[in-house]
Design a protein around this ligand. Structure first.
Ligand code: PLP
Length: 453
């Protein structure tokens, strides 16, 4: 299919006239018209290629236009495009089986949603109904989605404008050694103090009022904050002590992103499994919207004899589930999760650390698999962030300039707060990583110019 240059102007004009964009001041948008994508890259109508170091919104784990996933969607569309959630459907059954096969413990029932926020909403509902308790605890440095309960659970600034219905949500500090809220100087101290803080929060709130602790396994949008090894087992023990449901949000970290099927595989085993796991994004790389909740046997059993009070017209949509079956199949057949772990360990991680040696604006490099962040600072000694926590007016200029410098050189970056998140597809090859690192090396001069060095 060829699209004329003239169409590009029409695409843009209709967008500006009629599309209301997420998270944006509508009058100041200049969205790039995208014509096509393949593998780790996408192209605009002028033929400019962008290496996708953002995987769109950290969802295209399998890369763009994977032929097996495209074919599965086409085949499913030719057979059965839509069917209500109440029917049994081959691709839905198989997608649920494939997800359940990879979740730990007895999380063997899958409730499908259209995306991550709805998964979090339903996990919160299940935890509250299961315990009969009202409150939910979540971390300040977190993002859980933009719907009612999910945006209240979110801790980062995206919550603030929607913070009208927070009744029942309490935030706490998770571990973050680089900016330790506990004045810790080692991972071990940070871990112990973060756990003590969580337990104290529960005690002060009233353990009998707390339904769930909701945590991203590796907080993603808030900075790719890898927890110290003992933290999540410690959270599991605290939840057990007080009869609290442990919910891990794997929407961003799951399905290869962290170099494992689930990021929790780094930290937990069959005996320390969470009670609920939310997922979306990488489950089918977002080729068709899909999310879900993996549910433990004990919680699922609550609705053996009485109806679950929740549902969605498109729960387990056949096109989305066909895409998931093909994605999970291709990831297994092609060793994509192992590849993500290997490329992170051998090329991406070492390459980013080498950049930190040359660029004074890089305060810390952290990550695993294809899930990395460069924490950008004005001053390495004081660790003053390159831009404030919530930049206002011109304060965001240093990171905006950095993003523009990347784009000019053909790399699509993900800038979040004072960080550059480096989150390419799990399928990226070593040459593409090197190409992206070389672009970052040049572009980071823009950030360096804002340092005190
Ligand atoms: N949870 C986490 C950890 C996320 O990163 C996101 C989105 O980035 C969500 C939930 C919300 O997912 P969605 O945008 O599909 O509703």
């Amino acid at each position: 299919m060829s699209i004329e240059r003239a169409d590009q102007a029409a695409v843009k004009a209709a967008d500006r006239a009629h599309v209301f964009h997420s998270w944006s001041a509508q009058a100041h948008l200049d969205p790039l018209p995208v014509q096509r994508a393949a593998g780790s890259s996408f192209w605009d109508y002028d033929g400019n290629r962008y290496l996708d170091f953002a995987s769109q919104l950290v969802n295209a784990n399998i890369g763009h236009q994977h032929p097996k996933v495209v074919a599965a969607i086409q085949e499913q569309a030719a057979t059965l495009c839509t069917v209500a959630p109440g029917f049994a459907v081959d691709v839905r059954s198989e997608a649920a089986r494939l997800v359940a096969e990879r979740t730990p413990g007895d999380l063997d029932k899958i409730f499908f949603t259209n995306g991550g926020a709805e998964a979090v909403e339903n996990a919160a509902r299940m935890a509250r109904l299961h315990t009969g308790r009202p409150k939910l605890l979540s971390a300040y440095r977190s993002y859980h989605g933009a719907t009612g309960t999910a945006i209240n659970l979110t801790g980062d600034p995206r919550r603030w404008a929607s913070d009208t219905g927070t009744a029942g949500v309490v935030h706490f500090h998770g571990p973050y050694l680089y900016r330790s809220p506990f004045h810790a100087t080692t991972e071990r101290e940070e871990c112990e103090r973060a756990l003590a803080h969580l337990e104290e929060t529960i005690v002060l709130e009233g353990p009998d009022t707390v339904a769930a602790v909701v945590l991203e396994t590796i907080p993603g949008g808030s900075g790719i904050l890898l927890p110290p090894p003992g933290y999540l087992p410690g959270v599991r023990a605290i939840c057990d002590r007080y009869g609290i449901v442990m919910v891990l949000d794997e929407v961003m970290a799951g399905f290869g992103r962290a170099g494992r099927w689930f990021a929790l595989d780094h930290y937990l085993d069959q005996d320390t499994a969470p009670d609920l796991v939310t997922f979306a994004k990488g489950v089918n790389s977002g080729y068709v919207p899909l999310g879900g909740v993996a549910i433990s046997a004990a919680i699922a059993a609550d609705w053996d004899e009485r109806p679950y009070p929740g549902g969605l017209t498109y729960s387990g949509h056949p096109l989305a589930c066909a895409a998931a079956v093909a994605t999970l199949g291709a990831m297994a057949e092609e060793g994509i999760v192992e590849h993500a772990a290997h490329i992170g360990e051998t090329v991406l991680g070492p390459g980013l650390r080498a950049l930190a040696e040359r660029h004074p604006s890089i305060g810390e490099v952290r990550g695993t698999g294809v899930f990395w962040a460069l924490e950008l600072v004005r001053d390495r000694e004081t660790r003053e962030p390159l831009v404030p926590y919530r930049p206002r007016g011109d304060e965001g200029r240093p990171t905006a300039e950095l993003a523009a410098a990347c784009k000019r050189r053909g790399l699509w970056p993900l800038v979040a707060g004072n960080r550059l998140h480096v989150v390419p597809p799990c399928t990226i090859d070593a040459a593409e990583v090197e190409e992206g690192l070389a672009i970052l090396d040049e572009a980071l001069a823009v950030a360096d110019a804002h340092t005190t060095a």
